[in-house]
Design a protein around this ligand. Structure first.
Ligand code: SAM
Length: 460
């Protein structure tokens, strides 16, 4: 972007914050094209993207030399990577620095489209559990799609207002609030952010952030962590929010180690002679977009809310699967021994058994949009697999596989007919570079393409 004329009030505020000289560097950086970066899903691939260099604060992150057509890359649809700007990837460095428990239960309260949720999901891997929440319905749909493609099966997608979590005070090991904000850090990436900007909009965002943080800060358990982030530069939505949280709740400061070569600026917020810390990402100093993030720890002696045991789980539409049926499914699909199952309508869902108690407790309060992995249905003794199973990291024992070349893989993703030869009739797992894309049913003389209609690609 070359013609960038910044809103006057924004310009004068940034000048007084950075000083005239540094502001010149800052506005020069805003005129450059944004960098393109991706974060790979190590549960699906270990391959570093071609012509890329690592993001220094995240071992899964890579800067690409130029923006490829992601739509025309089957591995993008297979959930092998997520396109995410690099500053946000700093969360991985935070999780490692604070040694956040990998077998913990985390909440991402403002999660759509899912950049940070997929990062948290990767961190938790097979041991932990994530609640990814988004209040806006259309955005919750996109979040669900991205969580399904990421495929780790450790996530419950909910669509709730922050206040619906009120009964879950002290429940989570970690709460992330990536708050809706005035988006000053996105001016070069998303010019709409600039046209929507005004001092009134900043004030409105700050008031909304207070309302969110007033609730969210309570959901962290004693000894757990609260992470708050925005993609804006102004102090009202950043350092002032640290002040607000600490004025309402008991939180201890957390300092994150930084490598000076990264260019991240630590900002100190002094509250009653105690220093709290925020981390600022400016595009003239860092290879990434504008971003702010802070971490705080709830004192060990604060409330810890354990989920109550429910002996007979009762839910209007979720039914636990009986022991015998569960064992049959485990053997048939080769599922791990930490598998738990539910029926929703006539579909089978998989969850990590270690979190069933948490899940059943959460299901009492929250509006569930997706959870675990939808496996499929049983019809006339036959197992009909779901797309969600194909793109998940769960084993798919007993199914035939066909690995397609690029042309056929793209045609498959366009939901076109794929001729396959020399395979017996039945369900076939379609892969590209051995990574699952979805299902085909081989009927002998033709095949049926079961790629989800709503996800099909239209680009040639
Ligand atoms: N964390 C996401 C990611 O990394 O992909 C981006 C989140 S975006 C900055 C903020 C989100 O907050 C939006 O999806 C927006 O719909 C949601 N939101 C809007 N109003 C909200 C509210 N009152 N409470 C909680 N979230 C809200």
């Amino acid at each position: 972007m070359s013609d960038l004329s910044l809103p006057k009030e924004f310009e004068s505020r940034m000048k007084s914050y950075l000083g005239e000289n540094e502001f010149r560097e800052f506005s020069k950086a805003l005129k450059k094209d944004p960098l393109v970066s991706v974060r790979i899903n190590r549960h699906k691939t270990e391959t570093q993207p071609e012509n890329s260099k690592p993001v220094p604060w995240n071992e899964d992150g890579f800067f690409l030399e130029e923006r490829p057509s992601f739509t025309l890359d089957p591995l993008f649809h297979a959930g092998c990577y997520y396109v995410q700007e690099a500053s946000s990837m700093f969360i991985q460095h935070i999780l490692k620095s604070i040694a956040a428990p990998q077998n913990g239960i985390f909440l991402d309260l403002s999660a759509a489209p899912g950049g940070k949720s997929t990062l948290l999901s990767s961190y938790l891997g097979k041991k932990g559990f994530l609640v990814a929440n988004e209040v806006i319905k259309s955005r919750a749909n996109i979040l669900k799609e991205n969580i399904i493609k990421w495929g780790l099966g450790n996530t419950l997608v909910t669509q709730n207002d922050p206040e619906h979590f009120e009964d879950l005070e002290g429940f989570f090991d970690l709460v992330l609030v990536d708050a809706p904000c005035s988006g000053e850090g996105m001016f070069r990436k998303d010019p709409d952010a600039m046209s929507e900007w005004s001092p009134d909009h900043v004030a409105l965002c700050a008031a909304r952030q207070e309302r969110i943080m007033d609730k969210a800060s309570a959901f962290v358990k004693g000894g757990g962590y609260l992470i708050y982030s925005t993609c804006t530069f102004n102090e009202k939505e950043n350092e002032e929010m640290v002040r607000f949280i600490v004025s309402e709740y008991d939180y201890e400061p957390v300092k994150i180690p930084l490598d000076p070569s990264w260019g991240i600026v630590e900002s100190e917020v002094l509250i009653d002679e105690v220093s709290y810390f925020g981390y600022r990402f400016f595009p003239h100093r860092v290879e990434g977009e504008g971003f702010f993030i802070t971490v705080m720890k709830r004192p060990e002696d604060a409330l810890v809310h354990e989920p109550k045991r429910t002996k007979d789980f009762k839910h209007p539409y979720l039914k636990p699967v009986g022991k015998q049926e569960a064992e049959k499914l485990m053997v048939q699909l080769g599922l791990p021994d930490y598998s738990g199952f539910y029926n929703l309508q006539d579909s089978y869902f998989w969850v990590n058994k270690d979190f069933q108690q948490h899940f059943e407790y959460l299901a009492r309060f929250l509006n569930i949009r997706y959870f675990g992995v939808e496996l499929g249905k049983i019809n006339k003794q036959q197992f009909i697999p779901n797309h969600e199973l194909a793109v998940s990291i769960l084993p798919k024992t007993g199914f035939l596989k066909v690995d397609l070349d690029l042309k056929d893989a793209l045609d498959y993703l366009r939901k076109e007919d794929i001729p396959i030869k020399d395979l017996p009739e039945g369900w076939v797992l379609v892969t590209f570079k051995n990574t699952p894309l979805g299902w085909l049913k081989n009927l002998g003389n033709r095949t049926n393409n079961y790629y989800p209609k709503d996800w099909r690609i239209r680009m040639r």
